[in-house]
Structure formats: C-alpha cells, structure tokens
Design a protein around this ligand. Structure first.
Ligand SMILES: CC(C)(COP(=O)(O)OP(=O)(O)OC[C@H]1O[C@@H](n2cnc3c(N)ncnc32)[C@H](O)[C@@H]1OP(=O)(O)O)[C@@H](O)C(=O)NCCC(=O)NCCS
Length: 171
C-alpha cells in the first residue's frame, strides 16, 4: 500500500489533470505522450475527461495531504472491444513508490469487470518502465518506431491489486 487514495475521475475534473501535468518533468511528459507536451491543450483535456465508465475509465490518486499525484486510464479499442489501451502518469516526486503499480492493478480490475480481457501499454523503448512491466508478466507484441506495445491479461494484472476496503455495514 502506498498511502495514496484512489478514486474514479469525473468528467468535470480537468483541473486535476492539469495539476498532475504540472508535477511531471519534461522527460516524464515525453514518456507519457511520446512527444513534447508542456501542457494539455483544450482538445487533450476534452478527450482525457471524456470518461463514461464503460469504454473509457480514468482513476486519479491523491497524496495523504489531498494533492493529486497520478492519473491512469484505459480506453477500449473500437476495433477490438475485448482490448483496452492503458496510460499512466505519476508526478515525479512520487515515482518509484508503487503508486503506478497500484493504479494499474486497480485499472485492470475495473477493466476486467467491464469485459476487457487484454490490456495494452505503449511505452517508449528507452523507458525503463518497459522492464518493470515485463517483470510483471507483460509481453511485447508490437514495435512501432521508438515505442513498443506490451500486452497482459487483464485478470492477471487485476489480481495484483490489494483488496478493497470492506464496505461498512449499516445496521
Ligand atoms: C512509469 C510510471 C507510471 C511508473 O509509476 P511509478 O509509481 O513510478 O512506478 P512503481 O513504483 O509502481 O514501479 C513500477 C515500475 O515502474 C518503473 N519505474 C519506477 N520509477 C520509474 C521512473 N521514474 N521512470 C520510469 N519508470 C519507472 C520500474 O520499472 C518499476 O518496476 P520495478 O519496481 O520492477 O523496477 C511513472 O514512473 C511515470 O509516470 N513515468 C512517466 C510517464 C510514463 O512513462 N508513463 C508510462 C507510459 S503509459
């Protein structure tokens, strides 16, 4: 457990995405978007908040002090509805502390419950995250210029998630 609080992102929360962007270094933003991206454009913001709980789900993580520190999402592929592509970013100050892994596991659980069987992650070849995913069972399925596409079974990734807190019983 990382101490981060994770919940679903709502459609009106583009400001939270801007806050996470502001905590990413140039290199992290490049690794996430595969091109220089100093800030989100209004078109980016529109797309990234276009969540519907079925074909596009985003989760946001908060530090114990309430600051937004990471966002992860999956988007179901139109041409293959049993597959979704994943994207994750953790602000630099919080990288390497397990937040990304926790987000991915929770995204996978949500995806599996929505009927998604396979997750894809498009990662720059030079990003050491590629090795982290491979160590966790993801396999390279495609090479596309300077990036690689890795795939994993959604339920297998979901099983790495910590158990959800038990629902409080109301008498
Ligand atoms: C890649 C990223 C999401 C991982 O999240 P994280 O919370 O830092 O990672 P975790 O602590 O859960 O560790 C998971 C793996 O991520 C990788 N990782 C950790 N810190 C990293 C960093 N600063 N940069 C890149 N990869 C990193 C490692 O491979 C690690 O695996 P390991 O523990 O077996 O070595 C995060 O570092 C990040 O936002 N990087 C910039 C954007 C990006 O690369 N996104 C991925 C493309 S979708």
């Amino acid at each position: 457990m990382t101490g981060a609080r994770i919940r679903e992102l709502r459609r009106d929360e583009g400001d939270l995405l801007d806050a996470v962007m502001a905590g990413l270094s140039d290199q992290s933003r490049y690794q996430r978007f595969h091109s220089p991206k100093p800030r989100l454009t209004s078109a980016d913001r529109r797309y990234l908040t276009d969540v519907d709980g079925r074909d596009h789900v985003a989760l946001i993580a908060f530090a114990p002090d309430g600051a937004p520190i990471a966002v992860g999402r999956w988007v179901r592929l139109k041409e293959d509805p049993a597959t979704a592509e994943l994207g994750v970013e953790v602000v630099d100050e919080w990288q390497g502390q397990g937040v990304g892994s926790e987000l991915i596991a929770r995204l996978a659980r949500r995806a599996a419950a929505a009927g998604i069987e396979r997750l894809l992650a498009r990662v720059l070849d030079a990003n050491r995250f590629k090795h982290g995913l491979k160590r966790r069972g993801w396999q390279g399925v495609e090479r596309d210029g300077s990036s690689v596409v890795l795939a994993a079974d959604a339920w297998a990734v979901a099983r790495t998630a910590p158990p959800q807190p038990a629902r409080r019983q109301v008498a």
